[in-house]
Ligand binder design. Structure first.
Ligand code: ZN
Length: 342
């Protein structure tokens, strides 16, 4: 089945100036790599703006109202590192709407899987607050759309961004219909995501945090995805997998500290694709979050696309963690043994 790509120049209109690391050049680099030609066919997906109602799946009406009223303003600071300029509201609505549209096309069987190249990113955005370069929580909105709009009962969100997806975690902390799994650097921005944050009430056990110190490489990550997320996904049996794909775990990312290479992104995509095929009828959508190194972004996205299009063998990356990584994940396994067959 064809792989879809959400790709649109309107995402470039969210532009905070040359000094801001989350700039339009992040997408321009990926677009250029795609336009040089992919060795496999892909379907380009034109995004639509998310409606007010869809944004309010996750965000407070007062917050959506505030952001909409600021549309067109030249420069507004919302948070110490999150601002809006004239094109930001439209880009942010298209980011959430692009994820929704790709998810819908996968549900309809028009495409098998997709990568949504959207910005601004989303996973730090809270119910009533912009945070960490994020205005609307694209992945959380897509998950809620799959549940409310498509009647799904179990959606898995895997978040491999360097930073913890606090907004996504909080959106579903009390619920079991969305399982949130995150690997992230810790202690680090935004400060949340310790292993003892496991969800509450009927959501207890359905938030899985794997906090990691810097320096983790391809083999560590593959080990974690195969040996922690693998058995959890097998037991949860998600009907759809959404991936918060942040390429800031790339070795050399200016905000990073992890050691993932292009092959590592391909290996992680292969692990997740296997889970999607085994449990979710192959339904999987990768949504761009962070990533600030040009090479990390272009090689990472191309590797993910190559896996989805089934034109490349999974990279030869052993699922093997260092002793230090095994020590760091021991408490995760320990606390989640209570909920999952680990
Ligand atoms: Zn990040």
């Amino acid at each position: 089945m064809t792989t879809g790509i959400v790709k649109d120049d309107r995402y470039l209109a969210h532009n905070l100036g040359a000094g801001h690391i989350e700039g339009p050049e992040r997408l321009e680099i990926i677009h250029a790599a795609i336009e040089r030609g992919l060795p496999f066919p892909c379907a380009l997906i034109e995004p639509r703006p998310a409606s007010r109602e869809e944004l309010e799946y996750i965000h407070a009406p007062e917050y959506v109202g505030l952001i909409s009223r600021l549309a067109g303003r030249r420069y507004v600071e919302l948070d110490q590192d999150t601002s809006m300029t004239a094109g930001s509201y439209e880009a942010a609505r298209l980011a959430a709407g692009g994820a929704i549209r790709a998810a819908d096309m996968i549900m309809e069987g028009e495409i098998g899987s997709a990568v949504a190249l959207v910005r601004p990113p989303g996973h730090h955005a809270e119910r009533g607050r912009a945070q960490g370069f994020c205005l609307f929580n694209n992945v959380a909105i897509a998950a809620e759309h799959l549940i409310r709009g498509r009647g799904l009962r179990r959606v898995l969100i895997a978040d491999w961004d360097l930073h913890h997806g606090n907004g996504t975690q909080n959106a579903f902390y009390l619920r079991k219909d969305v399982l949130f799994f995150s690997t992230h650097r810790f202690p680090f921005y935004p400060g949340s995501g310790y292993w003892n944050e496991v969800g509450e009430g009927s959501g207890e056990g359905f938030t899985v945090n794997v906090p990691l110190t810097a320096g983790k490489g391809n083999e560590d990550y593959r080990f974690i995805y195969r040996n922690i997320l693998g058995p959890i996904a097998a037991a949860y049996r998600p009907e759809f997998i959404l991936v918060s794909a942040g390429f800031d775990i790339f070795a050399g990312d200016p905000l990073g500290g992890m050691e993932i290479t292009g092959d590592g992104f391909g290996a992680l995509a292969a692990e997740l694709l296997t889970m999607a095929r085994d449990h979710a009828q192959g339904r999987i959508l990768f949504v761009l979050e962070g990533g600030y190194d040009p090479q990390g972004l272009s090689s990472g996205v191309l590797q993910v696309l190559a896996q989805l299009s089934a034109t490349a063998h999974p990279p030869e990356v052993a699922a093997d963690a260092s002793l230090q990584t095994r020590a760091e994940i021991a408490p995760v396994l320990d606390v989640h043994k209570k909920y999952w067959p680990l």
